[in-house]
Design a protein around this ligand. Structure first.
Ligand SMILES: Cc1ncc(C[n+]2csc(CCOP(=O)(O)OP(=O)(O)O)c2C)c(N)n1
Ligand SMILES: [Mg+2]
Length: 801
């Protein structure tokens, strides 16, 4: 015997509601609480989405669809996956515990069926939109896995209505419109409550207008079938009219109070001693409460009709589903219910109501009035679970032996970046076909122009370059084609990082590996920082080249200067940060990066560097527009290895070295000049070229931890480099960025350290003016060296400003 679709989904909804609330209750009140702290979890927010998620996961979603679930409804997702046999009971019992089911859905920690991590509201929503664009991109390339191996999926976001306040959602909408978004559904859980309170009246109409403006279909699911039937009864129109005019906060308050309160209010306001009164009075309190809470988002039949109809086309659809926060729970509708938990007494009473015996709380069939075999069969037949594994994977794309560029005596790292990509674009290496670039309206100004000239812009529909057709000379060709490999974005750095996040998950979402490279101006990383963090948190793989950077962009001045970004590079988990000075360094780093971002190996530290490179990750390149003299040298494997590990000797110190200068990035000429001056008076001066403070620091920390655990031989790259220095050798660190980036080098072996860098921003001037002002010029380095070193000072120094 088969279960009718609605019977099955209604059972699924009931169990999702019970298990999500119980999971949270168990974590807070049943499991031993060692810290005496509230464990938390969101029973009301979860209840709000149970009907919608039961309909989607039980019947509508297919294995190829990808979903971002509203963060605070993660218990519902865990519960549904448990019912489908795709999540363990042990994990549920350990919800919010060590290695248990995660507080908010997590791709990396929860496993195969969590498609997108969520948590910082708004980001997961936008991620579905960008993922839909990436799906179109890979399918347009004719690669087999995307084309034949796997059907086109739908990218779905389940959104809290207050989540819609996040600006990044609207930035994404604009981008979706420009790129002809398809296959994207956003379902708004319109419970009219946020964390603090009840939301403004009439928001749904604003949402509707916005989405329609951007070319979306909008489907408003306001009333359930019970309400629709009641509206057809005599007096029903008066009831509909009253509901339509009822303020959100009053509706919530009455929902909380229940049937008797509804009766009193409705009789007071629409009682007519005639048909409307009869409509109300013909129902018991419980029936009246059920009628008034029968909103579209809690009615399976309404939801299925809407989803089934939308599934017949690929236009983007926004569903605004009216719901009740805490639906079916004792605090439903209460404005304080966001973080509210059911009390022990409330839970016990509700348990009885749900037909659950003590000790049987986790049993999948407990409290259900369905044929167990038919129910089990329906679970097995749900389209969502028809693939054992929903995540895809991709083969590794080979990386060329070397990345050449057209050398010149003076170059900036930004120019070098353009040259290297230009050469790659001209090559017929497979890697070049997998690279996809993107930039928020800074393609030309970050030197991606050469790449785009050769590899063109992506669009599903071809569009020629009008300037070219009109024979107007221009350095850059701007031609769109489905074969194109550059995704041009509007000026929104949040969008850049969410796009990189989507591109960087293509291998897992769509089975085709992409090598995404995004560019932006370095200071504006901070504009998109949460999205960058989100991309790393999801383990998306990409390269971000940030240029220009620091105060070195001198005349640009003001808020275009970046100070703190090297610290972002240092601290950001999942991101290896580099700041090369020379183009040959950049070439080695890029080549390594192409491999690094494809790795997916064991979480094991390398014995030489103590870096966990086998796991792979993303890469941040901090570049500059300052042209500097390039070293004439051949790149040996050893030097390339040191560059990637974070530092190498420009001038190796001897045993009597009194002072060592360690620089990162674009201030190389100042550091080199300072060493020249110092060497006039001192026997031995060392010069350390640092390409990655981040990787040096990570290795140092890891080696120290290993030693604490008993591995006494553990030694990182920076420890090995600094080991030969005598105890009283002084150390000067310098970069065009915050001095704290390198100041820790003094702690490696306890050397006296002077850390130079930039702490204030906003001055315009020449590079010399600004380096002097911030104390990162040659003169300042020599002064600092004198202060740090033992022995005689250097004579003939200019005073510091
Ligand atoms: C960026 C960000 N800011 C704040 C929060 C804290 N927070 C979590 S949920 C929430 C409000 C949720 O309201 P809504 O989106 O309507 O969800 P509901 O629980 O009503 O379904 C807030 C402010 C967060 N998770 N992320
Ligand atoms: Mg809400």
């Amino acid at each position: 015997m088969r279960l009718p679709r609605l019977t099955f989904l209604s059972a699924l909804e009931r169990k999702a509601l019970w298990l999500s609330a119980w999971m949270i209750h168990h974590a807070n009140h049943v499991r031993p609480n060692i810290d005496g702290m509230k464990v938390g979890g969101h029973q009301a927010s979860s209840a709000s989405l149970c009907t919608i998620m039961a309909a989607l996961y039980g019947s509508v979603l297919r294995p190829q669809d990808r979903v971002a679930v509203k963060p605070h409804a993660s218990p519902v997702l865990h519960a549904l996956l448990y019912l489908f046999g795709r999540q363990s009971r042990e994990k549920l019992e350990n919800f919010r515990g060590w290695k248990g089911a995660q507080s908010y859905p997590s791709r990396t920690k929860d496993g195969d069926d969590v498609d997108f991590s969520t948590g910082s509201v708004g980001l997961g929503v936008a991620q579905t939109l960008f993922a839909a664009l990436v799906q179109d991109y890979v399918r347009a390339k004719g690669w087999t896995e995307a084309q034949d191996g796997w059907p086109e999926g739908r990218m779905v976001a389940l959104i809290g209505d207050a989540e819609m306040d996040e600006g990044n959602i609207f930035e994404a909408l604009l981008e979706g419109w420009k790129h002809g978004l398809r296959n994207c559904w956003w379902v708004v859980d319109y419970n009219r409550q946020s964390l603090d309170a009840v939301v403004r009246e009439g928001l749904w109409a604003r949402f509707e207008a916005i989405f329609r403006n951007f070319g979306w279909d909008v489907i408003i699911l306001k009333h359930g079938r019970l309400q629709e039937a009641a509206f057809k009864e005599p007096g029903g129109e008066r009831l509909r009219d009253w509901i339509d005019r009822c303020p959100n906060d009053l509706y919530s308050a009455l929902t909380f109070q229940g049937g008797a309160a509804w009766r009193k209010r409705l009789l007071d306001e629409i009682g007519d001693q005639g048909p409307a009164t009869r409509l109300i009075e013909s129902r018991s309190d419980a029936e009246l409460a059920a009628l008034m809470s029968n909103l579209g988002g809690h009615d399976l039949s309404v939801l299925l009709d809407a989803f089934d109809a939308a599934a017949r086309h690929d236009r983007p659809v926004c569903f605004i589903a009216y719901t009740i926060k805490g639906f079916g729970l004792p605090f439903q509708g209460h404005k304080d219910n966001h973080s509210g938990l059911m009390t022990l007494a409330q839970m016990d009473a509700w348990r009885v109501e749900m037909g659950i015996r003590p000790g049987f709380e986790w049993e999948p069939l407990e409290g259900l009035d369905v044929d167990p075999q038919a129910y089990a069969a329906a679970l097995e037949e749900a389209p969502f679970v028809q693939e054992a594994q929903r995540r895809r994977s991709s083969v590794t794309i080979a990386v060329p032996e070397a990345l050449p560029w057209r050398a010149a005596p003076n170059l900036s790292t930004q120019a070098g970046f353009g040259l290297i990509l230009g050469e790659l674009a001209a090559s017929n290496h497979e890697l070049a076909d997998r690279v996809v670039t993107t930039a928020p309206d800074v393609t030309v100004s970050t030197n991606l122009g050469g790449w785009v000239n050769r590899r063109r812009l992506f669009s599903r529909e071809a569009k020629p370059d009008t300037f070219k057709r009109e024979r107007i000379p221009s350095t850059y060709s701007w031609e769109f084609t489905p074969k194109g490999q550059h995704l041009e974005l509007g000026i929104a750095e949040m969008n850049l990082f969410i796009m990189l996040s989507a591109l960087g998950l293509s291998h897992s979402l769509f089975g085709e590996r992409l090598i995404p490279i995004g560019t932006l101006y370095d200071p504006f990383i901070e504009r998109g920082l949460d999205a960058l963090n989100y991309a790393c948190y999801q383990d998306a793989r990409f390269i971000v080249a940030a240029t220009p950077s620091g105060v070195t962009l001198a005349p640009e001045g003001g808020a275009h200067q970046s100070i703190g970004t090297p610290l972002i590079g240092l601290k950001q988990d999942g991101l290896a940060a580099f700041e090369p000075a020379f183009v040959d360094e950049l070439s080695s780093i890029l080549r390594w990066s192409f491999e690094y971002l494809q790795r997916n190996g064991e979480d094991m530290a390398d014995e030489r560097t103590w870096l966990r490179d086998e796991t792979g990750g993303s890469v941040y390149l901090r570049l500059s527009t300052r042209q500097i003299e390039q070293p004439l040298r051949t790149m040996t494997a050893e030097l390339a290895g040191d560059i990637v590990n974070g530092a190498y000797w420009m001038r190796e110190p001897g045993p009597n070295t009194e002072v060592l200068i360690a620089y990162q990035g674009v201030v190389a000429p100042e550091a080199i000049a300072a060493v020249g001056l110092l060497a006039e008076d001192r026997r031995d001066v060392g010069l350390l070229a640092i390409t990655s403070a981040d990787r040096l620091n990570a290795g140092w920390q890891a080696a120290e931890r290993a030693r604490q655990r008993g591995n006494r031989g553990a030694m990182s790259h920076i420890e090995r480099l600094l080991r030969p220095l005598s105890r009283d050798c002084g150390l000067v660190t310098v970069l065009d960025g915050h001095p704290a980036t390198l100041a820790w080098l003094g702690a490696v072996h306890g050397h006296r350290t002077k850390a130079l860098g930039v702490e204030h921003f906003g001055q315009t001037g020449t590079i010399a003016d600004l380096y002097r002002h911030h104390g990162i010029d040659t003169n300042a380095i020599v002064h600092a060296a004198n202060a740090a070193a033992s022995g005689r000072p250097v004579r003939h120094l200019k005073a510091l400003p």
